[in-house]
Design a protein around this ligand. Structure first.
Ligand code: SAM
Length: 220
Protein backbone atom coordinates (compact mmCIF):
# COMPACT_ATOMS: atom_id res chain seq x y z
CA UNK A 1 0.00 0.00 0.00
CA UNK A 2 1.29 3.42 -0.91
CA UNK A 3 1.50 6.22 1.63
CA UNK A 4 -0.04 9.67 1.41
CA UNK A 5 2.53 12.48 1.18
CA UNK A 6 2.48 16.22 1.65
CA UNK A 7 5.30 17.79 -0.33
CA UNK A 8 3.63 20.12 -2.83
CA UNK A 9 0.42 21.34 -1.10
CA UNK A 10 2.15 24.46 0.19
CA UNK A 11 3.47 25.48 -3.25
CA UNK A 12 0.06 24.79 -4.79
CA UNK A 13 -1.78 26.87 -2.21
CA UNK A 14 0.58 29.81 -2.67
CA UNK A 15 -0.99 30.63 -6.11
CA UNK A 16 -4.19 32.66 -6.34
CA UNK A 17 -6.89 31.34 -8.70
CA UNK A 18 -10.13 32.93 -9.91
CA UNK A 19 -12.03 29.75 -10.92
CA UNK A 20 -15.12 31.31 -12.46
CA UNK A 21 -13.17 33.94 -14.41
CA UNK A 22 -11.23 31.15 -16.10
CA UNK A 23 -14.37 29.12 -16.83
CA UNK A 24 -15.99 32.12 -18.56
CA UNK A 25 -12.96 33.26 -20.58
CA UNK A 26 -13.31 31.28 -23.82
CA UNK A 27 -12.24 28.16 -21.94
CA UNK A 28 -12.80 25.58 -24.68
CA UNK A 29 -10.38 27.47 -26.92
CA UNK A 30 -7.89 27.80 -24.04
CA UNK A 31 -8.07 24.03 -23.35
CA UNK A 32 -7.25 23.27 -26.98
CA UNK A 33 -4.22 25.59 -26.84
CA UNK A 34 -3.08 24.27 -23.42
CA UNK A 35 -3.19 20.65 -24.57
CA UNK A 36 -0.47 21.37 -27.12
CA UNK A 37 1.91 22.02 -24.14
CA UNK A 38 3.71 24.60 -26.27
CA UNK A 39 4.96 28.13 -25.62
CA UNK A 40 1.49 29.47 -24.82
CA UNK A 41 0.92 26.82 -22.14
CA UNK A 42 4.22 27.48 -20.37
CA UNK A 43 5.05 31.09 -21.02
CA UNK A 44 1.93 32.68 -22.53
CA UNK A 45 -1.12 34.27 -20.94
CA UNK A 46 -2.30 32.66 -17.68
CA UNK A 47 -5.55 31.64 -19.36
CA UNK A 48 -3.56 29.09 -21.44
CA UNK A 49 -1.61 27.54 -18.55
CA UNK A 50 1.20 28.61 -16.25
CA UNK A 51 1.36 32.22 -17.42
CA UNK A 52 5.19 32.21 -17.33
CA UNK A 53 7.04 29.26 -15.81
CA UNK A 54 10.50 30.48 -14.94
CA UNK A 55 13.15 29.11 -12.65
CA UNK A 56 12.78 30.70 -9.22
CA UNK A 57 15.79 29.81 -7.06
CA UNK A 58 14.73 27.77 -4.05
CA UNK A 59 11.07 27.33 -5.06
CA UNK A 60 11.41 23.54 -5.36
CA UNK A 61 14.17 23.21 -2.76
CA UNK A 62 12.03 22.05 0.17
CA UNK A 63 10.28 19.44 -2.03
CA UNK A 64 13.71 18.19 -3.17
CA UNK A 65 14.96 17.96 0.43
CA UNK A 66 11.88 16.03 1.60
CA UNK A 67 12.15 13.54 -1.28
CA UNK A 68 15.84 12.99 -0.54
CA UNK A 69 15.11 12.49 3.17
CA UNK A 70 12.05 10.24 2.85
CA UNK A 71 13.34 8.08 0.00
CA UNK A 72 16.92 7.99 1.34
CA UNK A 73 18.40 9.22 -1.93
CA UNK A 74 22.18 9.62 -2.21
CA UNK A 75 24.83 10.31 -4.84
CA UNK A 76 24.56 6.72 -6.11
CA UNK A 77 20.78 6.77 -6.58
CA UNK A 78 19.01 6.77 -9.94
CA UNK A 79 15.79 8.75 -10.31
CA UNK A 80 13.26 9.38 -13.04
CA UNK A 81 10.89 12.36 -13.23
CA UNK A 82 8.09 11.35 -15.62
CA UNK A 83 6.51 14.44 -17.14
CA UNK A 84 9.27 16.59 -15.69
CA UNK A 85 8.35 19.74 -17.65
CA UNK A 86 11.27 22.18 -17.48
CA UNK A 87 13.03 19.94 -14.96
CA UNK A 88 13.22 22.36 -12.02
CA UNK A 89 12.64 19.69 -9.37
CA UNK A 90 15.36 17.48 -10.87
CA UNK A 91 17.70 20.47 -10.90
CA UNK A 92 17.07 21.16 -7.18
CA UNK A 93 17.76 17.50 -6.35
CA UNK A 94 20.95 17.55 -8.43
CA UNK A 95 22.14 20.72 -6.64
CA UNK A 96 21.98 18.84 -3.32
CA UNK A 97 23.29 15.50 -4.67
CA UNK A 98 25.65 16.41 -7.54
CA UNK A 99 26.40 12.78 -8.52
CA UNK A 100 22.88 11.40 -8.45
CA UNK A 101 21.76 9.96 -11.81
CA UNK A 102 18.73 11.89 -13.04
CA UNK A 103 16.52 11.28 -16.04
CA UNK A 104 13.62 13.52 -16.99
CA UNK A 105 11.04 12.53 -19.61
CA UNK A 106 8.36 14.69 -21.17
CA UNK A 107 6.47 15.00 -24.44
CA UNK A 108 6.52 18.82 -24.51
CA UNK A 109 9.26 19.79 -26.96
CA UNK A 110 8.94 23.40 -25.76
CA UNK A 111 9.54 22.38 -22.13
CA UNK A 112 12.54 20.23 -23.09
CA UNK A 113 14.10 23.04 -25.18
CA UNK A 114 13.50 25.55 -22.39
CA UNK A 115 14.45 23.31 -19.48
CA UNK A 116 17.07 24.31 -16.94
CA UNK A 117 20.34 24.51 -18.95
CA UNK A 118 22.37 22.57 -16.39
CA UNK A 119 20.20 19.45 -16.64
CA UNK A 120 18.88 19.79 -20.20
CA UNK A 121 21.08 16.91 -21.38
CA UNK A 122 19.23 14.62 -18.93
CA UNK A 123 15.78 15.38 -20.34
CA UNK A 124 14.44 13.32 -23.22
CA UNK A 125 11.26 13.07 -25.23
CA UNK A 126 8.80 10.40 -24.08
CA UNK A 127 5.04 10.04 -24.31
CA UNK A 128 3.60 8.39 -21.18
CA UNK A 129 1.32 6.31 -23.40
CA UNK A 130 4.37 4.27 -24.35
CA UNK A 131 6.43 1.66 -22.53
CA UNK A 132 9.48 2.93 -20.66
CA UNK A 133 12.72 1.54 -22.05
CA UNK A 134 14.10 0.74 -18.57
CA UNK A 135 14.19 -2.69 -16.96
CA UNK A 136 12.23 -3.65 -13.83
CA UNK A 137 13.29 -1.75 -10.66
CA UNK A 138 15.86 0.25 -12.63
CA UNK A 139 15.22 3.44 -10.62
CA UNK A 140 15.50 3.97 -6.89
CA UNK A 141 12.69 6.48 -7.21
CA UNK A 142 10.24 7.44 -9.94
CA UNK A 143 8.50 10.81 -9.46
CA UNK A 144 5.60 12.18 -11.47
CA UNK A 145 4.00 15.47 -10.41
CA UNK A 146 0.94 17.03 -12.02
CA UNK A 147 0.97 14.65 -14.99
CA UNK A 148 -1.18 11.54 -14.62
CA UNK A 149 -4.64 13.17 -14.41
CA UNK A 150 -3.84 14.56 -17.87
CA UNK A 151 -3.99 11.05 -19.33
CA UNK A 152 -7.11 9.25 -20.46
CA UNK A 153 -7.99 6.36 -18.16
CA UNK A 154 -6.53 3.54 -20.30
CA UNK A 155 -3.23 5.46 -20.71
CA UNK A 156 -3.21 6.31 -17.02
CA UNK A 157 -3.52 2.63 -16.08
CA UNK A 158 -0.71 1.72 -18.44
CA UNK A 159 1.48 4.52 -17.10
CA UNK A 160 0.92 3.44 -13.47
CA UNK A 161 1.98 -0.08 -14.51
CA UNK A 162 5.16 1.32 -16.01
CA UNK A 163 5.94 3.50 -12.98
CA UNK A 164 5.44 0.60 -10.60
CA UNK A 165 7.52 -1.71 -12.82
CA UNK A 166 10.55 0.58 -13.24
CA UNK A 167 10.76 2.22 -9.78
CA UNK A 168 11.73 0.49 -6.56
CA UNK A 169 9.84 3.34 -4.91
CA UNK A 170 7.49 5.80 -6.52
CA UNK A 171 5.80 9.08 -5.73
CA UNK A 172 3.03 10.69 -7.79
CA UNK A 173 1.05 13.90 -7.33
CA UNK A 174 -2.28 14.44 -9.12
CA UNK A 175 -5.23 16.82 -9.08
CA UNK A 176 -8.30 15.57 -7.24
CA UNK A 177 -11.31 16.65 -5.14
CA UNK A 178 -13.08 15.78 -1.90
CA UNK A 179 -16.38 17.64 -2.32
CA UNK A 180 -18.78 18.95 -4.95
CA UNK A 181 -17.30 22.42 -4.45
CA UNK A 182 -13.76 21.19 -5.14
CA UNK A 183 -14.98 19.24 -8.18
CA UNK A 184 -16.65 22.39 -9.51
CA UNK A 185 -13.50 24.47 -8.90
CA UNK A 186 -11.33 21.81 -10.55
CA UNK A 187 -13.62 21.66 -13.57
CA UNK A 188 -13.47 25.46 -13.85
CA UNK A 189 -9.70 25.58 -13.50
CA UNK A 190 -8.40 22.49 -15.31
CA UNK A 191 -7.27 23.01 -18.90
CA UNK A 192 -5.55 19.71 -19.58
CA UNK A 193 -7.17 17.26 -17.12
CA UNK A 194 -8.68 14.15 -18.76
CA UNK A 195 -9.39 11.96 -15.72
CA UNK A 196 -11.37 13.57 -12.90
CA UNK A 197 -11.45 11.30 -9.85
CA UNK A 198 -12.14 11.98 -6.20
CA UNK A 199 -9.53 11.18 -3.55
CA UNK A 200 -10.99 7.78 -2.59
CA UNK A 201 -11.16 6.59 -6.19
CA UNK A 202 -7.55 7.64 -6.80
CA UNK A 203 -6.33 5.91 -3.63
CA UNK A 204 -8.18 2.75 -4.56
CA UNK A 205 -6.75 2.75 -8.05
CA UNK A 206 -3.17 3.60 -7.05
CA UNK A 207 -3.17 0.86 -4.42
CA UNK A 208 -3.76 -1.73 -7.12
CA UNK A 209 -0.13 -1.06 -8.08
CA UNK A 210 2.92 -1.87 -6.02
CA UNK A 211 4.91 0.79 -4.15
CA UNK A 212 3.29 4.01 -5.33
CA UNK A 213 3.05 6.83 -2.78
CA UNK A 214 0.74 9.67 -3.65
CA UNK A 215 -0.24 13.24 -2.98
CA UNK A 216 -3.31 15.16 -4.12
CA UNK A 217 -3.77 18.82 -4.77
CA UNK A 218 -7.23 20.29 -4.33
CA UNK A 219 -8.90 23.45 -5.57
CA UNK A 220 -10.46 24.80 -2.40
C1 SAM B 1 1.33 20.45 -14.94
S1 SAM B 1 2.74 20.08 -15.89
C2 SAM B 1 3.82 19.46 -14.59
C3 SAM B 1 5.28 19.59 -14.92
C4 SAM B 1 6.22 19.17 -13.79
N1 SAM B 1 6.09 17.78 -13.45
C5 SAM B 1 5.98 20.03 -12.57
O1 SAM B 1 5.43 19.52 -11.58
O2 SAM B 1 6.35 21.22 -12.61
C6 SAM B 1 2.26 18.61 -16.72
C7 SAM B 1 3.39 17.97 -17.51
O3 SAM B 1 2.97 16.72 -18.02
C8 SAM B 1 3.49 16.58 -19.32
N2 SAM B 1 2.65 15.59 -20.00
C9 SAM B 1 1.30 15.60 -20.15
N3 SAM B 1 0.90 14.52 -20.85
C10 SAM B 1 2.02 13.81 -21.15
C11 SAM B 1 2.26 12.60 -21.86
N4 SAM B 1 1.27 11.90 -22.43
N5 SAM B 1 3.55 12.18 -21.97
C12 SAM B 1 4.55 12.87 -21.43
N6 SAM B 1 4.40 14.03 -20.75
C13 SAM B 1 3.13 14.49 -20.61
C14 SAM B 1 3.38 17.99 -19.89
O4 SAM B 1 4.16 18.20 -21.02
C15 SAM B 1 3.86 18.81 -18.68
O5 SAM B 1 5.24 18.92 -18.66
Amino acid sequence: MGKIKNYIQKLHKSSKRDYEKRMLDNKVHCMKIAKKYGKQYWDGNRKFGYGGYRYIPGRWESVAKKLIRDYKLNNKSKILDLGCGKGYLLYEIKKILPHIEIIGLDFSKYAITNSHPIIKKNIKYHNCKNKLKYKNNFFDLVISTGVLHNLKLHDLLFCLTEISRTGKKNYIMVESYRSEKELYNLQCWALTCETFMDKKTWVNLINKFKNIDYEFIYFE
